[in-house]
Design a protein around this ligand. Structure first.
Ligand code: ZN
Length: 138
């Protein structure tokens, strides 16, 4: 069995952002040389997510609105976590959108349905953060 590890780094210009990382993950699979196996992609921070869904800007806007209803950023004082920090909402948004995805690799490619794409979800951005890509297989 072969294994492969890589970190993808991000530094978003906004506090909240969704970034399509499907091509980055595909490049990792190519680089690994693994044809049959699994790829794990996880955020290495507790205020960011990795998730799979459609690459459609309307949907991404709807996520933003929905997440703001569930865990509004402001007022910052509504959260006990916000003392030295102001990111309690980001911890909650990340919990809903998930930490990681695991995808099948078949014949050297992501074994995906037609509209599945992998996203990095940033909820407390404007600083350097990373995602782990771990691939096992042969
Ligand atoms: Zn925090």
């Amino acid at each position: 069995m072969k294994s492969y590890r890589k970190e993808l780094w991000f530094n978003t210009t906004q506090r909240r952002e969704f970034i399509n990382i499907t091509t980055d993950v595909e490049n990792c699979i190519d680089e690994s040389g693994i044809k049959e196996g699994f790829v794990l992609v996880n955020a290495m921070h507790i205020t960011a997510s990795v998730f799979i869904n459609d690459d459609e800007s309307g949907l991404h806007h709807d996520y933003e609105v929905w997440l703001e209803k569930l865990a509004p950023e402001k007022p910052h004082s509504q959260y006990r976590h916000n003392g030295f920090e102001d990111n309690a909402d980001a911890h909650m948004k990340r919990q809903i959108m998930g930490r990681e995805v695991v995808c099948a690799i078949t014949k050297g490619q992501l074994d995906f349905g037609p509209w599945e794409r992998i996203f990095y979800g940033e909820f407390d951005g404007k600083r350097r953060k990373r995602v782990l890509v771990k691939i096992i297989g042969e």
